[in-house]
Design a protein around this ligand. Structure first.
Ligand code: ADP
Ligand code: MG
Length: 239
């Protein structure tokens, strides 16, 4: 079977600044892969290139074996969840969740079925007619996750989705994402600068530092056998 995601020498420069420096990576179907690293190391830029929100300066990106470098985001069969939720304020929860399908001319009944199902998975059924302004931060982030699920992407991309939540909600939402990952059998890339999130969620952790991969491995392997002091410091010591 093809890898869910293959990065080959992926590079990004903004002007003369090299932000991502020749990254190679394979993510297997169904894997939950966490990109972890300090602020400014290039995590969001890498994710945005996979999503097609940012051009690649050099290298190849393939999703499910298909080269996507030239494809716009809508054709990449991905769904992205941002720290900022990015919901439409004038639309109800139901319409926020169904929008991408409706834009793809999916039959109305099918959109409703998919929306209801995702709402059920995320305990959002009672909130479907509300607008984002009438929701808590945790509820908004569940809507953003629901919107991603409705699209049935080949690849879920999460960029620090818990950063705007308070500590208790962070743990609850993290557990929710892990459960969704199991239930959906989906491939997920999850970006965080939080070591605890990385250790508890990941099948595979990619430690990034200044635009390069420092080490890739299973959480306990990195913890027990770090390649260098940077990885040891990052994975070994809680935030
Ligand atoms: P992270 O998500 O790991 O915190 P980012 O990917 O956001 O890191 O940023 C990596 C580096 O790229 C930072 O130094 C940032 O300032 C720089 N950068 C990000 N976006 C741009 C841009 N549009 N133009 C110029 N520099 C950028
Ligand atoms: Mg970032």
């Amino acid at each position: 079977m093809d890898d869910a995601l293959t990065l080959t020498q992926v590079t990004k420069r903004f002007g003369r600044t090299q932000v991502i420096d020749g990254i190679d990576l394979n993510v297997a179907p169904g894997e939950l892969c966490v990109f972890v690293g300090p602020s400014g190391c290039g995590k969001s830029t890498l994710l945005r290139m996979i999503a097609g929100l940012e051009d690649v300066t050099a290298g190849q990106i393939a999703i499910g074996g298909r080269r996507v470098n030239e494809l716009p985001p809508a054709q990449r069969e991905i769904a992205m969840v941002f720290q900022s939720y990015a919901l439409y304020p004038h639309l109800s929860v139901r319409d926020n969740m169904g929008l991408a399908l409706r834009q793809a001319s999916t039959p109305k009944a099918e959109v409703l079925t998919a929306t209801d199902r995702a709402a059920d998975m995320l305990s959002l059924t009672a909130l479907l007619d509300r607008r984002p302004a009438d929701l808590s931060g945790g509820q908004r982030q569940r809507v953003a996750i629901g919107r991603a699920i409705v699209r049935r992407p080949k690849l879920f991309l999460f960029d620090e989705p818990l950063s705007n939540l308070d500590a208790a909600l962070r743990v609850a939402t993290r557990i929710e994402i892990a459960r969704l990952h199991r239930d959906l059998g989906a491939t997920m890339i999850y970006v965080t600068h939080d070591q605890v999130e990385a250790m508890t969620l990941a099948h595979k952790i990619v430690v990034l530092r200044a635009g390069r991969v420092e080490q890739v491995g299973r959480p306990m392997d990195l913890y027990n056998d770090p390649d260098n002091r940077f990885v040891a410091g990052f994975i070994g010591s809680p935030a």
